[in-house]
Design a protein around this ligand. Structure first.
Ligand code: SAM
Length: 270
């Protein structure tokens, strides 16, 4: 058990290189940040998007990373500052952004909107803090029909989830908003124009050693209730680990587990 580390530290060490860094490459390829722009990384987690966009907007630009969870921001602010724009870490809620109207030229949100309790409100906040003509870029995983590895893992987890007092929605949240029409409608409904939603893919590569334990623990950085009962959580990890053995073996590539992941990347103009 990675108990000496916080969930956000394991998220940064394991999940960020495995899936979120490749995801950011896809997002930035669509959003195309420009030198001098003021960028908000909304629901920044440990800050991978903020760190990767800072060199692209350069020292004339500015970057803010905002997240609800202090544990995520503690990791974000502990990492070395990137080249380029200065990065400010802000604790706050996507539903009530602590910024003046028109503060940013580009708002990026990577795998965050799935967790917002009111996505319509978050989109209108995103629109409000953008300067006229500013741009939004969102990355959202597609559903389990396209993301079979995590779909199969969720089926295993579901068999034991009741022991943690959690529901399917708690666990499957990242993959429940994969419909491109829904994403398009969410942005258009908030007043964004020139909305475009593009399917993209990447290859996930996790260290095979400790995969299940790390994955479950890191998820509690986003859904902390997952580890409310440490005994039940440890038992859950053990049984999921056993039942995942065959799936993990099938995707094993040397020291790693490799599988494809599919996402939608949306771009829109305020
Ligand atoms: C899957 S993580 C993605 C983090 C980061 N964007 C990345 O790519 O690694 C989802 C993030 O959304 C944040 N979050 C959830 N609800 C939020 C809200 N209402 N306002 C701001 N952040 C929120 C969580 O704390 C978490 O850091």
């Amino acid at each position: 058990m990675e108990s000496a580390k916080t969930p956000a530290q394991v998220y940064e060490e394991v999940f960020v290189p495995a899936i979120f860094m490749p995801c950011t490459r896809q997002l930035l390829d669509v959003a195309r940040p420009r030198p001098g722009e003021r960028v908000l990384d909304l629901a920044c987690g440990t800050g991978v998007v903020a760190r990767m966009v800072a060199p692209l907007v350069g020292s004339e630009g500015r970057v803010a990373g905002l997240d609800l969870r202090p544990g995520m921001l503690a990791v974000a602010s502990s990492l070395p500052a990137p080249e380029g724009a200065p990065v400010e870490w802000v604790e706050g809620d996507a539903l009530a952004l602590p910024f003046e109207d028109g503060t940013f030229d580009l708002v990026l949100c990577q795998q965050g909107i799935q967790f917002f309790p009111d996505q319509t409100k978050a989109m209108s906040e995103m629109c409000r803090v953008l300067a006229p003509g500013g741009r939004a870029g969102l990355a959202v995983w597609r559903g389990f029909d396209r993301n079979e590895f995590f779909g199969a893992m969720t089926e295993v987890e579901m068999r034991h989830l009741a022991d943690l007092g959690m529901t399917y929605e708690d666990l499957a949240q990242p993959f429940l908003f994969g419909d491109p029409e829904w994403l398009h409608g969410l942005l258009a409904g908030a007043g964004f124009g020139a909305v475009d939603v593009e399917p993209r893919s990447l290859e996930a590569r996790f260290p095979a050693d400790g995969f299940v334990e790390n994955a479950e623990f890191a998820y509690s950085a986003v859904v902390p209730e997952f580890v409310d009962d440490p005994g039940a959580f440890a038992a859950f990890v053990d049984v999921v680990d056993q039942e995942m053995a065959e799936l993990v073996a099938r995707h094993r590539d040397g020291d790693e587990i490799a599988f494809p992941l599919h996402l939608n990347v949306a771009a829109a103009t305020a």
